[in-house]
Design a protein around this ligand. Structure first.
Ligand code: HEC
Length: 223
């Protein structure tokens, strides 16, 4: 092949490679650079269901989601209180975040101090104070249950608040609004809650049965 023929052949190949419009030129061994693909909603002969987009396998848990197997109601709320543990400690950072979230999502009904006197509390049956005996007795997981599933007139906040945001609010409610100490069942590093029906651990301050009661101090009366 003369040099002139070779140049002519290369020029012809170069021109042939530039196809007009939307016609791609021939590709030499594209390997897997461009593999055929299916459209998500197109029928598909390769799958058993005949559709391209497959459903997740039953039981699949999406990343970042925590399945919660509780129904509404007091008994289920109490179970959540026994079984769920707040992953956060009250620190300046968690309390600051919890406060902002509380003021955004809860204050409108529960009030800045959790007394049940938020700006719209009179439009609904006002919620009881967080310092009521009932709510003071809630373990953190039980508040998580209320926020996640709602309670009577209180709607669920699961769609607005991630599980972490719910726990941050609970950390703030308990430490700041209820003034509860961190230690106790349902808090991080706390001893596990006693199983239902189990004998509670002995309270060192409680009088021993049969022992002489300590002398009464002051004028008496319980508060
Ligand atoms: C739209 C008003 C409203 C908002 C907002 C609201 N709540 Fe409530 N909440 C209520 C009402 C009403 C009740 C009383 C429900 C009942 O009687 O069971 C209540 C009850 C509660 C209780 C006690 C439940 C019980 O069984 O006694 C807790 C704890 C609570 N709310 C926490 C929260 C937290 C935390 C938030 C913010 C994420 C929040 N609430 C946001 C209206 C609201």
């Amino acid at each position: 092949m003369t040099r002139a023929t070779l140049l002519a052949a290369l020029a012809a190949a170069a021109i042939a490679a530039c196809q007009p419009g939307d016609q791609p030129g021939s590709e030499y061994m594209p390997d897997m650079a461009r593999s055929p693909r299916y459209n998500a909603f197109a029928p598909n002969r390769a799958t058993r269901s005949g559709i391209t987009l497959q459903r997740p396998v039953p039981g699949t848990i999406a990343r970042g989601y925590h399945p919660l197997h509780y129904a509404r109601g007091d008994a289920e709320g109490e179970r959540a209180g026994r079984e769920l543990t707040n992953p956060f400690h009250p620190t300046q950072a968690t309390l600051d975040k919890g406060k902002v979230l509380y003021e955004t999502y809860c204050l409108v009904c529960h009030g800045a101090e959790g007394k049940g006197d938020g700006p719209i509390a009179t439009k609904i049956p006002p919620p009881s104070s967080y310092k009521s005996d009932r709510v003071l007795g809630f373990l953190p997981g039980r508040i998580f249950h209320v926020v996640t599933l709602g309670s009577n007139k209180m709607p669920s906040y699961a769609a607005q608040l991630s599980p972490d945001d719910r726990w941050l609010i609970i950390t703030y409610v308990r430490a700041t609004l209820q003034g509860l100490p961190e230690a106790g069942p349902g808090m991080p590093d706390a001893p596990p809650a006693p199983a239902p029906g189990a004998t509670p651990p002995a309270d060192p301050a409680a009088p021993v049965p049969g022992a002489t009661p300590p002398p009464a101090t002051g004028s008496g009366g319980s508060r």
